[in-house]
Design a protein around this ligand. Structure first.
Ligand code: DAK
Length: 257
């Protein structure tokens, strides 16, 4: 497959998807999202890939959904064609997703970052959900995921004012997990991705599933799921290896089973 709007690369066990529409600051048109989904699907089903990274350029992770594609849409059309329903696919990915965010992560760009599991920002990153100023509301999960990430009043503040926050504020709000110097962002994000990729993949998947459940389930249900998932870990060869390696004072060698 020849992609026109993304670049795809593999570094060791990490599959990297780079948004690549520099002329529009990586505005996320429909074709770009379809291409991203295809790459996500290929990485999800490739046993050699343990972690998937989303990134953009130094200037822009992504400046949002493509405003040109939306501006003439009617409500009836949007509903009839399930407009932008391809934005949901990322939520079905079971492998850990790491976002490396440099520059603008606005609107849908911020929403795709929020759909990832770990978000690492360059010092130059700028986050906003400015949709209300365009006459719409965030529609790629932003109202829900931002509020869960940073709390209701902070999400309201960002969504109702549309204001841009920098990486330091994003870190203090809990929107991102780490900030790296812009020049070494990719290096640091890859180091984090490689660390996760060295885990037993079924364990990384179980951890992701359990933590994601906190966003969807009441505590009692989430605790039940956690219990089920940890019990399944005890059937893994990798659990025996991990614990034996600890006791034998060596590094574990995981096989992904
Ligand atoms: N869409 C289309 N083109 C965009 C764009 C966007 N979001 N953002 C930037 N561009 C284009 C500009 O039009 C310009 O193109 P030319 O004029 O050169 O042809 C080029 O990128 C460079 O942009 P600027 O000239 O504006 O560059 P500056 O450095 O001056 O400003 C900026 C950078 C990022 C501050 C500015 O471009 C900007 O404010 N961009 C728009 C940011 C924004 O409002 N984003 C939110 C878009 S709405 C849904 C799912 C998701 C969504 C909706 C529904 N469903 C599942 C239903 C999401 C909606 C959104 O994200």
């Amino acid at each position: 497959m020849i992609y026109e709007n993304i670049l795809v690369d593999v570094k060791s066990h990490v599959g990297i998807i780079t948004f690549n529409r520099p002329q529009a600051l990586n505005a996320l048109n429909n074709q770009l999202v379809d291409e991203m989904n295809l790459a996500l699907q290929q990485f999800e089903t490739d046993d050699a890939i343990h972690v998937i990274m989303l990134t953009g350029s130094e200037k822009a992770f992504a400046a949002g959904a493509d405003i040109r594609e939306m501006k003439d849409k009617t409500s009836a059309q949007a509903q009839a064609e399930s407009f932008l329903s391809n934005w949901d696919y990322i939520n079905s990915i079971t492998k850990p997703l790491v976002a490396a965010v440099s520059g603008f992560a606005l609107g849908g760009g911020c929403e795709f970052a929020l759909a990832c599991d770990v978000i690492i920002a360059g010092e130059n990153a700028k986050f906003a959900l400015p949709e209300t100023g365009l006459g719409i509301i965030p529609g790629g999960g932003g109202t829900q995921r931002l509020a869960r990430a940073v709390g209701k009043v902070r999400a309201m503040d960002m969504i109702l004012t549309g204001r841009m926050i920098d990486a330091a504020e994003a870190l203090s709000l809990g929107l991102v997990s780490r900030v790296a110097p812009t020049a070494t962002l990719m290096q640091e994000a890859l180091a984090v991705a490689n660390k996760i990729a060295a885990l037993s993949l079924p364990v990384a998947r179980a951890a992701k599933r359990a933590v994601k459940a906190t966003q969807e389930m009441p505590l009692s249900e989430g605790l039940k799921l956690e219990r089920e998932l940890i019990y399944t870990c005890f059937d893994l060869e990798d659990q025996k290896e991990g614990m034996n390696a600890f006791l034998e004072k060596r590094k574990p060698v995981f096989k992904g089973r």
